[in-house]
Structure formats: C-alpha cells, structure tokens
Design a protein. Structure first.
Length: 190
C-alpha cells in the first residue's frame, strides 16, 4: 500500500506489495496453524458493536472472523482484486463495506472507527508512519490499533521495532499476545 503518486512495486520480495495474482496462497488453510484468525481477532478485544477497519485486508484471511464479532467492518486494500476476493468470502454479510485506497490516504472520515487491524502488511508500506498517522486519524478517541505480525512474512516487523514505529505517532502499547516471532500488539490512541 505505497503512498504518493510513484509507481507501485509488486513482488514477493521484502518491501514490495504482495501481488494479487498470488492472493489465493494467503488463504491456504495451513496458514491457520501459524496465524490463527480466531486468536488474532480475540487479541483485539473488540466490543460486539465496534466499528472496525481492516487496513490491507488482502483476500480476506481475517475478514470473516472480524465480521463475526463486530457490528460494522470496512475493508481497505490497494488492489481491487484483493477486495473482490475478500468480498466473495463475506458474500451475504451485512454491515461490511469496502474501499480501494492507499493506506496513507484513506477516503474515510476522521474519528469513525473503534479499532483498526493491520495484519502482515505494515512492512510493505514505504511510509509506515504515514499509514499509522492515517489509522490514528480515522480512530475515535481512545480507539485501538492492532498489528499482527508473523516471522513467516518477508516483511516481518519485530515487536521492539513496531513500538518504535507506532508510539511516536500518538499511541501507547496496551498489550501484546504471542511470541517475538508471532504476535498481535494492541495500541491505544492517546
């Protein structure tokens, strides 16, 4: 989800946007053994009526579980094909919206979400601080930003580095579940 008007760099290497033509590989059922959607969403500690933004939703690996526990879900991804696949996984569900957008320029009203989830995508974004600032902008006062990371991702961000990225942007760490190599960190907007 690169920002700015520059040419997007797609590929499977570190720092590149994961290409939509490989999206189905992200839905491999074996991935649940390494990164459980149920445990990831549970770590977000969401209220049933929460308005949630899934930023960089890809083909919707986490999306059905988010939709199961929230009152309103908005999916955002840079690539139309990713949003199409995620939409297929959520067919017939109410309270789900989608928007194709860059993570650093969200077409969403400020203060409109209780929680934001960024799962295994922050390392692909050339301007992570810009993306984090946008997440903060769309969060309500005291809203939470949850970041899920797994070492199996080529763009993995270790926990200490994640705190260095997020806390200066107006967030405080609430807690972290998992190990150093597989975790969900939750931050509160301050």
């Amino acid at each position: 989800m690169p920002s700015g008007g520059g040419r997007k760099q797609f590929g499977l290497e570190r720092g590149k946007v994961f290409p939509a033509e490989h999206a189905r590989s992200l839905l491999n059922p074996a991935r649940r053994l390494v990164q459980s959607p149920r445990r990831t969403i549970a770590a977000m500690d969401l209220r049933r009526d929460a308005r949630v933004l899934e930023l960089g939703c890809g083909p919707g690996f986490f999306s059905p579980h988010l939709a199961d526990v929230t009152g309103h879900l908005v999916l955002v991804d840079l690539q139309h094909e990713m949003l199409r696949l995620a939409g297929e996984r959520l067919a017939g569900r109410v309270g789900v919206g989608r928007a194709q957008a860059d993570g650093c320029a969200l077409p969403l009203a400020g203060g409109s979400f209780d929680a934001v989830l960024i799962a295994t995508v922050l390392g692909e974004i050339p301007d992570p601080a810009g993306c984090i600032a946008e997440a903060r902008r769309v969060l309500r006062a005291h809203g939470t930003l949850s970041v899920a990371e797994t070492r199996r991702d080529s763009d993995f961000i270790p926990p200490a580095r994640l705190r260095q990225l997020i806390e200066p942007c107006g967030f405080a760490l609430v807690g972290r579940r998992g190990t150093r190599w597989q975790y969900v960190a939750r931050f509160r907007r301050v």
